[in-house]
Each structure stands twice: as C-alpha cells, then as structure tokens.
Design a protein around this ligand. Structure first.
Ligand code: ADP
Ligand code: MG
Length: 719
C-alpha cells in the first residue's frame, strides 16, 4: 500500500527533528500537509529599507542598524522595568524597547556591533524614535543578497524561530506541494467570481484562474512584485483562492447534509388548525406579524414529505416559545407528540407554567420532566409518554436520558439550541420509537441573533426563520455604563425604582476556574446590598444551589417577596419577571456582548421603563470601552451580534466548537462575506445538478470533501 506523502509526519521533513516537531505539534501541525496551511501572519518588506533619519511615526518600517548597546532601566518611580537597545545606521539612532524580556538572553543574542534588520511600527517620543517589540533578524551578507524580498512572518511558539520555520515551510513547499490534490475551483481577480470547475478557459477574458497549488506556494513565497498591503490583509488573489476553497468545501458539506435530511421520511401534517385557533383565542394578546409569518413557514414545512429542519432566531422576549407551543398544537392535532427541551430547569419550569394554563384549557395533556422530577412522578410520566397520553412534554436534558420513549414523536423543539451539542439534538430526534418511524420535524431556537454570514456557515444545513419584531408595548431599555467611582449614581437609580415598587437583578460573572472566588463575590455583594438597601429583601441565587433551592428563590422573586436578586449567571436565559426593571451587571467587562444583551433581555418585559446598568472595573481596554459603548447605543440584537462576531471570531462567538464544523485556516466570516456568498451559490448549484456528486468531474470534490470533513458529515451520504 502506498502512503499518502502529504500525511508524512513533519518530523521526517528536512530541518525538523523530534524537538521541532514537538513545538509544531503545539501549533496543531503534525503532517506535512498541515504546513501548507500554516500561513504567515504577515510579511516583512525588505525591498524598502529606510534610513533611520527618514523614519516617520506610526508606519511599519524596516531599518538595518548596528547594536550600540543594550540595558535595563526602571520606568519612573514604578517597579516596572524595560529593556532598551540602541541601534544606529549612518543616518541616526533608534531605540528598540521590550516590556517583557529575558535580559541575559537578549544581551547574548544582540552583542554590540551586530547588524540587525528591524521591522515594526516606529513611535516617536519627542525626537526619539523607537520600536516596541519589533521583528528582529540578524542581517548578514547573505540576507542582503537574498532573493526573497518579501519575507513571511509565521506564528511562533517558544523555542521556534522565524528562520527555522521559514526553512521548514520552504522545504515542504519544494518537496511536497506537487502531491497536493488540486481542487478544480477557480477564482478570478476581484474575488468570488467563479467558473465551472471543468472549465479551463476564462469567459470574457481576464487573467487565467489560479490553482490551489500556486496559491499556497505564493502565500509562502510571494514574488518580488507583490503588493505588500494586500498580502498583509490576506486579500491577495492567492489568499482569496485558498479562502474560497475553504468556504466552498464547507458549503458543499452543508449542502450534502441538507440533502441528507431531504431523503429522510417525515410526517406529512394536514393543515388542521382547530386547536391552534382555539389557543389563539385564549391568548390575551395578538401575535406579532413576525410570529404569524414564522408559524406559516413552519406550517408549510409540516406539510412537506421531508422532515423540517429549521432554525428560529429571535431576540429575547420576541415570543419564540409561544410560537413553538402553537406549532406543537398543530402537531398534536395530527396525532403525534411534541417535545420542547430547554437548557436549564428554571427555564423549562417557566415554559411549563406559562403554557400549562393554555394546554389545560385546550384539554391537551402537558408534562414537565427534569432532573429533579421525583422518581414516582417520573415513572408515571414515562409510562404516559409511551402510551401516548402526554401530548406535549417540556423538560431539560432529562428528556434524552435512558428510558424516555415516545409513542409517536413528531415534533422536536430545542430552546437556546447553542447550549446543546449536535449529538444531543440528534439524541432527542431519535426518541421517536421504532427505526422505521418517520423522522420528527425539528425546530431549534436561539435568542442569540446570529449574523447572516455565520448562520450560513454554522447552520447552513438548516432553513432559517427570524422573528424580527418585538410584541408591541415594550419599551426600549436604557443602558448606562458606570465605573466603580460612579457606583453611588447607579444605586440612586436603583433606589428610585425600588421605591416605585419595582425589582432589580444584580448579576455576577462566573468564571469556571475561579468559581469559588466569584461565588464569594456574589455572597459579599448580597451582604452589602442588604446594608445599602436596608428596606428591601435581598435574595441570592447561584449555581451551587440545588434545583429546589433555586426554584424556591426564583419563586420568591417572581412573587415580589424578594426585591433584589443577586445571582451568578444562572439567570442568563429566559427568566421572565415583568416587574423587574433594573439589571445591574457587575464586572461587565468580563462578559461578551451577546451575553450582555441576553442579560439585558431579562428586564423590559413589562410595560414599565427598564434600565440596564453595566458596572465595569477601572482597568478598561480600548476594546472594552468600545464594547460597552455598543451596549449603550443599541438594543438591536443583530447589530450587537455583528459587533461581537467581529471582536471574538466565530469559535468564541458560539461558545464552543460543538457546532462540529471544520475549522478555517484563513477564512474569516466577517471579512470574507462576499467569498462565502459566492462559494455557497456555487456549491449549491453543483449539488442541484449532481446531488450525489457522482459525475466523473465531481468525484474529486467528493474525495476532498471526505478528507476535510473527516467523519463530521454523519448525516450526509458521503463515503
Ligand atoms: P422568547 O422565548 O422569544 O424569549 P417568550 O416566548 O418567552 O419569548 O415570550 C416572552 C413573553 O412575551 C412571554 O410572557 C409571552 O407570553 C409574551 N408574548 C409572546 N408573544 C407576545 C405577543 N405577540 N404580544 C405580547 N406578548 C407576547
Ligand atoms: Mg425563550
């Protein structure tokens, strides 16, 4: 059997031994092909070496100078130490400054007289020119004569040096790139314009398309004529080619997955609406037009032969749960059971309380199953699920545990779906009973608005509905950012609201590693608030309490017996107390934007004006200030999500990698939205024409797809 040369362990590459390969492993590089995709962070432009005298502030520049001396000094009266190195060329002197350094190491590495190439942003302090933590390389005759004028700068790890990694990548590109399977995609200048894969010619003239191989090579070794700024922005044609490639195969995989769903047998529901109409009469308000539209979209899916796979997005409080319930009624009337799974007990409980009154009036048997359901009751519920007596069941993870079986499960709803993994979703769907039973319709809901580009990637296999309208009568929430010094002002505002009979939340961040300290903070806060607001009962809610205790406390708050509720983020999702009008977030700087938005959504649920007070510590970075400002400026969940995604990137944005997607090496969903659109369009066109990718010219796509998705395409029919 012949081994795929691209899978050769890096250890066997020229210039790499066990030590270097262990360093590379830290960077996720194990095989030769990983090195193709180990892309430079940026580039050093050696074509233009500046005279020190001519340096301009704020520009990234290269200078070549000789070390005059190196030393450490203290900054002012503080204990902070910095290391400074003086370098000079024929025209002047400049300083190189390190804030984090190993003195001995630097002195040894940069002895007086050594010639160095220094690259970085030049700052001016009066007449003094300095580089802070620049790129530095030894400069010798060889580098002066180098035929690599644009030099890649790679991500490093302790012990790995630019020179080493450059050589390694160079060797790999030389020796192995020829084995890389060429992807038959073509991208033209301007980005995103695609040609049919089999076509070599370029309609309408223009530059011929570039190959993946060429692109990878040029990204690692740009030609002397390349434009440095497009390279640094990762927007060169070569970069675009690789990005497009990544996005195309992502979309092709998602498209196949989507087709997989279509092949499953689903329940075809009749558009019977007796229960639904009766429910609409019971509900004391009118559905928003967005809610009506989404119900129609779900209704249309219900009547198709394949199972529904729909994502419902809507800001907190937009009325998603109600829509899920109304859709469940249509399912019930079609003789199947419906299940609604929520991420926490409190939420499940709250859904249950809200919906039970309607279900009871409609004579639809509804039940709640959570981890704290008593054994006897649980047994009864399980029996009634198998017998089919229970028509709608709400609950938590307890619903996917051993022993839960349905008579005829036809509709599955997952609330706050990002809290669950792909597997849990699948587990719930598979409760339907026998293997021959049709696949239930599924609706996943999220209150985290997901920017379109991300939704298209992560949920590209789902259809998407959006509730983009709040029930009328809701007042926008006013948000203020306070620092520690301004705390009394925040307390004044809270005091006024309490005076009016309203309630307030205080939320503390809970960071896993320091759960204990944070809990301590929350407990101390509660004590302090008892003093500050002596007239009002203060309650405490945290993750260490058992479910009954939590419920008890929530209940006290709902009943207005507790006026101030101090909690760790356990209340983050879905809790509904209309009389609460103030949300105070402590250490607001530690929360992500989407999380803050979720928390804010806990208030503004009644007719009264509500406030969100963000209290941030002193040490605020530029970025923190910006983030908190966004919160002050807007209540628009989608705008906030876009900002959040820009700051955090998709992995963090979604909280985990549980979305189960291949990771991107180069693509950036915000920046590369145009390429994403083009890639999706092309991928779906190909699948339209050749759904199983069986045509000769598509075989290769199948093969590459299988490699890239490595077993993540369970649902799709790819082998
Ligand atoms: P979400 O799950 O989207 O956060 P919910 O379904 O929990 O929102 O609804 C929040 C609150 O708004 C609930 O008390 C619900 O009864 C109420 N509600 C839902 N739809 C409407 C509507 N069209 N008009 C007024 N109130 C509504
Ligand atoms: Mg909800």
């Amino acid at each position: 059997m012949t081994q795929d040369p691209l899978q050769t362990p890096v250890q066997y590459v020229k210039g790499v031994g066990p030590y270097i390969s262990s360093l590379l492993a830290k960077k996720g590089v194990s095989a030769v092909s990983d090195l193709f995709y180990y892309f430079p962070l940026r580039y050093l432009d050696r074509r233009q070496i500046d005279a020190i005298r001519k340096l301009q502030p704020g520009k990234e520049k290269c200078v070549v100078g000789q070390v005059v001396g190196i030393g450490v000094r203290s900054l002012g009266r503080s204990r902070r130490r910095i290391c400074e190195m003086v370098v000079s060329d024929e025209t002047g002197v400049a300083l190189v400054v390190w804030f984090h350094f190993n003195e001995k190491y630097l002195k040894k590495k940069y002895p007086t007289g050594k010639k160095l190439l220094i690259f970085g942003e030049c700052q001016f302090f009066g007449a003094q020119k300095q580089f802070v933590h620049p790129e530095i390389e030894e400069w010798d005759e060889e580098s002066a004569a180098s035929d690599v004028p644009i030099v890649p700068v790679y991500p490093l790890t302790e012990g790995l040096y630019q020179k080493t990694i450059r050589k390694i990548v160079f060797n790999v590109v030389e020796g192995y790139l020829k084995y890389l399977e060429e992807t038959p995609l073509t991208v033209r200048a301007g980005g995103g314009e695609t040609l049919p894969p089999q076509s070599g010619a370029v309609p309408g003239g223009g530059k011929p398309p570039i190959s993946l191989k060429e692109s990878i090579e040029q990204i690692h070794r740009p030609p002397a004529s390349a434009d440095i700024s497009t390279l640094n922005n990762q927007q060169s044609l070569w970069h675009q080619r690789v990005i497009y490639d990544e996005l195309f195969f992502l979309q092709l995989g998602l498209g196949l997955k989507k087709q997989g769903y279509k092949k499953e047998k689903g329940f075809i529901f009749k558009p019977v609406q007796t229960l639904l109409n009766r429910a609409l009469k019971l509900i004391p308000f009118e559905l928003t037009s967005a809610q009506k539209r989404v119900l129609n979209e779900i209704g249309a899916d219900f009547s198709r032969p394949e199972p529904m796979n729909r994502l419902l997005q809507g800001d907190v409080g937009s009325g998603k749960t109600l829509v899920a319930f109304l859709a469940s009624l249509v399912a019930c009337e079609n003789g199947v059971q419906a299940v609604i799974m929520a991420p926490t007990e409190i939420l499940a409980q709250q859904h249950y309380i809200n919906l039970k009154k309607y279900a009871d009036s409609l004579d639809v048997k509804i039940a709640l199953l959570t981890g704290s359901t008593a054994k006897g009751e649980r047994d009864e519920i399980l029996a009634e699920l198998v017998s089919g007596r229970i028509r709608i069941i709400l609950g938590t993870h307890a619903l996917i545990q051993e022993g839960v079986e349905f008579a005829r499960l036809g509709f599955v709803v997952i609330d706050e779906q990002h809290r669950f993994g792909v597997r849990q979703r699948a587990a719930l769907k598979s409760r339907g009973g026998s293997r021959t039973a049709p696949t239930p319709h599924s609706l996943v809901m999220t209150a985290t608005p997901i920017p379109r580009t991300l939704a298209m990637s992560v949920y590209g296999d789902l259809d998407i509905s959006i509730i983009d309208e709040m029930p009328s009568g809701r007042k926008p929430i006013t948000t203020h950012v306070f620092n520690e010094k301004m705390r009394p002002r925040a307390y004044d505002l809270i005091g006024r609201e309490l005076e009016k009979g309203r309630q307030a939340y205080f939320v503390y961040p809970l960071i896993e590693e320091s759960e204990k300290t944070d809990l301590k903070n929350a407990v101390e806060m509660a004590e302090r608030l008892k003093e500050v607001f002596a007239k009002y009962p203060v309650g405490l809610l945290h993750g260490r309490m058992n479910p009954a205790e939590k419920e008890g406390m929530m209940d006290q708050f709902k009943k207005n017996r507790v006026r101030i509720l101090v909690s760790t983020t356990v209340i983050e999702v879905g809790v509904d107390v209309p009389n609460a009008t103030v949300m105070v977030v402590e250490h607001a700087e530690r929360f992500g934007l989407s999380q803050l938005h979720q928390l804010r959504g806990r208030v503004g649920r009644g007719a009264e004006k509500s406030y969100c007070l963000l209290i941030a510590g002193y040490a605020q970075s530029e970025e923190t200030r910006y983030r908190l400002k966004v919160m002050e400026e807007t209540n628009d969940g989608f705008r906030i999500a876009e900002e959040d995604l820009k700051i955090r990137g998709p992995g963090d944005f979604l909280g985990t990698r549980q979305a189960g997607l291949p990771e991107f090496r180069l693509a950036h969903l915000v920046r590369d939205g145009h390429l994403l659109n083009a890639a999706r369009k092309r991928a779906f066109e190909i699948l339209e024409e050749d759904p199983a990718l069986q045509k000769e010219e598509h075989r290769i796509l199948r093969k590459i797809l299988a490699q890239r998705w490595e077993g993540k395409l369970e649902l799709a029919d790819v082998s």
